[in-house]
Write a protein that binds this ligand. Structure first.
Ligand code: FES
Length: 157
């Protein structure tokens, strides 16, 4: 009778311990306050997210997103005030138009566009923030490590 091998490989260990790194660009007035509310309301959400606070989603330059990916993010989120509620009147309208175009460019580069997400979370929506983070963490885990820039670096060396 043949013995069954139960040893795990390094790949198995990496697969089971993968914790995605998610960079979130949040506007100060709505989503950051919503995330703060989630914290003060003691709503739990996965700890995989690293928040960068900006005045408005209109301030998000697509290069910020590319840089986050290049520096090791597995997923990037931009979140701000609901359309019509931007504290600078139309910043989120600019983001809503500009960033999906950037997402198409990511797809053109061969990057799964699901790695870039947008959401609208108000200062009163701590629960929604908690759910958004849980959902994108689950998606990032499903997509696995983002190795696009690593492969480029390896090819150069
Ligand atoms: Fe929140 Fe503009 S101030 S999106």
């Amino acid at each position: 009778m043949e013995a069954i091998q139960t040893t795990s490989t390094a790949d198995d260990d990496e697969q089971t311990t993968f914790e995605p790194r998610i960079v979130a660009f949040l506007c100060n007035w709505c989503s950051y306050a919503g995330a703060d509310l989630a914290g003060t309301s003691r709503l739990g959400y996965p700890p995989n997210i690293r928040i960068v606070k900006l005045p408005c989603t209109g301030r998000v330059d697509p290069l910020f997103i590319l840089k986050a990916f290049e520096r090791g993010a597995d997923m990037v989120l931009v979140s701000g005030c609901h359309p019509g509620d931007c504290h600078y009147t139309s910043g989120n309208y600019h983001a809503r138009r500009k960033l999906p175009t950037f997402r198409s460019l990511l797809e053109f580069m061969g990057i799964d566009p699901r790695r870039f997400q947008m959401s609208w979370v108000s200062a009163a929506q701590g629960g929604k923030w908690s759910q958004v983070v849980a959902d994108i963490t689950a998606l990032a885990t499903e997509l696995g490590p983002f190795e696009y820039f690593e492969r480029i670096r390896d090819n150069r060396n």
